[in-house]
Structure formats: C-alpha cells, structure tokens
Design a protein around this ligand. Structure first.
Ligand SMILES: NC(=O)C1=CN([C@@H]2O[C@H](COP(=O)(O)OP(=O)(O)OC[C@H]3O[C@@H](n4cnc5c(N)ncnc54)[C@H](O)[C@@H]3O)[C@@H](O)[C@H]2O)C=CC1
Ligand SMILES: O=C(O)CCC(=O)C(=O)O
Length: 425
C-alpha cells in the first residue's frame, strides 16, 4: 500500500514538476525583459544546493537517518532568505523551485535578499517533541557552514513553527558562540521575534484579496470565501476574512474539508485545531479537498501545498478570484485555463510575500536591537504589499500577460541586474 502510494506520488511529481514549470516562466519573463540566454542559464537553478543526512536517536532507541536540503538560489542582491519545510513529500526539485520563488518574492517586495529554501523529508505529526528538537538541531549543525545572519536566513514554512525556529536559533548560537537572533526569523517574541510575523503571510494575502476584489468589483462583506489548508496561512486568513464580514464557507486540512453554505464558525474551529493545522478529524460530515476546491464561491484561497489546481479541475473552479497563499498550488496549464476564463489569479510569489516581508522587518529589528510595535509593522506591510500588487497588476495590463508572468517579470529583474552589476554575466 505504502509502495503504491509512493509510486502514485512520484508519478504526480513528475507530471507536475514544479522546478520545470518555474523554469518555463522564468525563461519567458527574462525573454520579455530582453535579457540574454546566459541570464536564464544562471537563474534557472540554485547557485548552491546542499543535501545533508541527519541522524536522530528516536524515542524507541533506534537511530533514524533523515535527509534534508538547503537551496540558495542567487545571492547577488544580498543574503539568501526562505523557510524550512518538514514534510514527508519534500523533494530536491521542490526545494530548488521554492528557493527560486523566494528570489522572485524578494524582488517583488524589494527586499535586500536573494532566495533560499530548506526542507527535511519527515512527518513531524508522527514524531515526539524530543525527536523534533533533535532533528531541528541536527539540521542546523549539518547546514551551519552555509547559513548565518549575513549569508542565508531561514524561517518557518509547512509544519515548522516558532518553537522549531527557537531550537534552531539556539543551536546556531552555540556553534557561533554568540547570541545570533538574526540567524533565523519567525522566532518567539521573547527571543527577538517580531510582532505580526505569525499572521504576516495571511495579512499579505488579505491585502491582495482587497486589491483584487476592488478590481473585480466584489464587496468583501458577505463574499463567499473558500480556504484550502488551516495552518499558519489558512487559519489566520480565515479569521481575517470572517472578521471583515466575509462568509468563510469552506476550509480544509490534509484529511478532508468542512463546508457550510451559511458560513463556518471560524473562532470555534481555530480553538479546536491542532498545531499542525488539523481540525477536520473532529467531524463526521466532511467533504474532500477536491470537492472543496470546486465549491461555488467568490474567492478561493489555496493555502496548503503544490499542484492542487491542475488542468483536470481548472474548468470546474467557480471562484471569481483565486489568491495563492500556498507556494505553487496552480499548474501552468491551469493558470492558462483560469486566466482564459476571466478568473483573476493572484500568484503565490506576490500573494504570499507578506511572510518574508515581516521576516525582513524581524531581521532588521534584530540587527538594530530596537523593536517596533504591531501597528508599525502592519503599516509598513500594507504599504509594501499595496505597492507591489499595483506594480504586478499594471505590468500584467500594460504588457498584456497573465498575473503570474507579470509577477515573474517584476520579481526576476533585481537578481538579474545585481548579477550583471557584479560582473557575473
Ligand atoms: N508560513 C509562512 O509564513 C508561509 C507559508 N507559505 C505557504 O503557505 C502554505 C501553507 O503553509 P503554512 O500555513 O505555513 O503551513 P502549516 O504547516 O501551518 O499548515 C499546512 C496546512 O496544510 C494542510 N495540508 C498539508 N498537506 C495537505 C494536503 N495534502 N492536502 C490538503 N491540505 C494539506 C495541513 O493539514 C495544514 O492545515 C505552504 O505552501 C507554504 O509554503 C507561503 C509563504 C509564507
Ligand atoms: O519568512 C521567510 O523568510 C520565508 C517565508 C517563506 O518560506 C515563503 O515565503 O515561502
């Protein structure tokens, strides 16, 4: 059964290889911007990719060897930056693509960083607290030579959180023999975390929803919203939408989805979800993630994993706006279908860039040793995201391209220019 599932997963990954599709759009974006082929040759893969083996003594006395990755896409602009994912389906190509997307995000919101990303093949839902701490510390020891506050700054992603960031920061500080809060972002407040980082990705998505709704003439009060994923991004987003008077009619996690045409009780669900964003196991009357995505709604927000909207279901999507909180939830073919159908698709590299933006604020605060209030963070984030949305939207309009290609065109330029000024290409 496990072997069968593995084969099915592998076939899906090959069919929807996120690295290949990213490369296709990067190539198109660079061509449209008039860059020569060698710029593509430089940017089509990470400059550095480290694969590590992490031995962990498990609670049953055995030793398990985990595989982890850290990809650094391009550091011409500045240190690389991006989250660390703990998930059983992590692959090398996925981590590479995720690092490229980080370069694009940092370019779109104009941060002094290039893109990086990490991942470990594991299922933290099946591990004890002690095993998770050992894995987190082991990963930092394994990658310590290539990361650091001025080299590559990690952060949370799927199934990692502020506790894991705290262990990683502590391990790095021991290696560095110095307290190094600027080594990682998404930390608890007491360890130099920033106000607003936990909800930053969802806040950024909310700002994009506002901007997209304005362009589509949708009133958010009473608008029907469907959110796939109820973790960091999805749960905060559901709360923000609910508090603004929208009706969140569907949410999901890895095990299923909940649907109520009159609107779900988001506060109750937030109260009952576990630390991995699981809540549907508590209910009998669930629907599938596939059914959730095809619900009749105004705004659909995929906030879980890759390749959820494909050529197989893109024709059945009934939202007017799709805002990608997740990285890579829509394939290229599906992007084409949705765009042709007049659905406004706000791509991941723009919509989910609120997280890294506030991570940057966290790093700046760590470097200066002076901390801002939540209001100051919110105000700065709003300014950055509204401007970035306008920039991408206007590029799409004036260059007559879809929002994804427009976002790539805006996002790739900074890394390309910095590489050129450095004399690399
Ligand atoms: N946390 C952050 O700051 C950022 C997260 N993102 C992206 O947002 C997405 C969600 O990340 P987080 O909320 O941080 O993760 P999380 O670990 O807090 O939550 C993940 C959610 O996705 C669900 N999920 C996992 N596998 C699934 C599957 N096969 N089908 C349906 N649902 C599934 C989980 O049950 C959980 O509800 C990811 O694509 C991540 O890369 C993007 C930018 C920043
Ligand atoms: O906060 C960060 O530095 C990175 C967040 C991230 O991994 C992402 O945007 O995908």
């Amino acid at each position: 059964m496990a072997a069968e599932k593995g084969a099915e997963q592998k076939a899906l990954e090959e069919k929807h290889d996120v690295l290949k599709s990213t490369q296709t759009v990067i190539h198109e974006a660079l061509e449209k911007l008039g860059y020569p082929e060698e710029v593509y040759e430089l940017l089509k893969e990470p400059m550095r990719m480290l694969t590590v083996k992490i031995p962990v003594r498990m609670d049953d006395g055995t030793t398990k060897i985990f595989t982890g990755y850290r990809a650094q896409h391009n550091d011409a602009v500045g240190p690389t930056k991006g989250g660390i994912r703990f998930h059983p389906n992590v692959t090398e190509n996925e981590v590479k693509a995720l690092s490229i997307w980080m370069t694009l995000k940092c370019g779109i919101v104009n941060l002094p960083y290039g893109g990086g990303k990490g991942g470990i093949i594991c299922d933290p839902r099946e591990m004890s607290f002690r095993e998770l701490e050992a894995l987190s510390r082991g990963y930092v020891r394994a990658i310590s030579q290539i990361v650091g506050p001025t080299k590559d700054i990690p952060a949370p992603d799927v199934f990692t959180n502020s506790q894991i960031m705290a262990w990683m920061m502590d391990e790095y500080s021991r290696i560095d023999e110095f307290n190094s809060p600027g080594f990682i972002t998404g930390k608890p407040l007491v360890l130099g975390g920033s106000h607003g980082r936990e909800s930053a990705t969802a806040k950024g998505v909310t700002i994009c929803i506002h901007e997209a709704a304005k362009r589509k003439g949708i009133n958010l009060k009473g608008a029907r919203v469907v959110v796939q994923g109820f973790g960091n991004a999805g749960s905060f987003l559901s709360k923000f939408m609910h508090d603004e008077g929208a009706k969140v009619i569907g949410i999901s996690d890895a095990y299923g989805a909940l649907y109520d045409p009159d609107g779900l009780d988001i506060d109750y669900l937030l109260d009952r979800r576990d630390s991995f964003g699981t809540v549907t196991k508590l209910f009998d009357n669930t629907i599938t993630n596939k059914e959730l995505l095809e619900l009749d709604c105004d705004i659909l927000v995929p906030a879980a994993i890759e390749n959820q909207i494909t050529e197989e279901n893109a024709h059945n999507i009934r939202a007017q706006i799709v805002v990608e909180a997740a990285n890579g939830p829509t394939t290229l073919e599906a992007t084409r279908i949705l765009t042709e159908r007049g659905i406004l698709l706000v791509p991941d590299v723009l919509a989910s860039s609120g997280g890294v933006t506030v991570s940057y604020f966290e790093w700046v605060q760590n470097n200066q040793g002076y901390y801002w209030s939540e209001e100051e963070i919110d105000e700065k984030l709003e300014k950055v995201l509204v401007h970035s949305f306008e920039n991408v939207y206007n590029t799409a309009q004036t260059r007559r391209v879809d929002m994804r290609l427009a976002a790539y065109m805006v996002g790739v330029r900074k890394a390309a220019e910095a590489s050129r000024f450095r004399g690399w290409i």
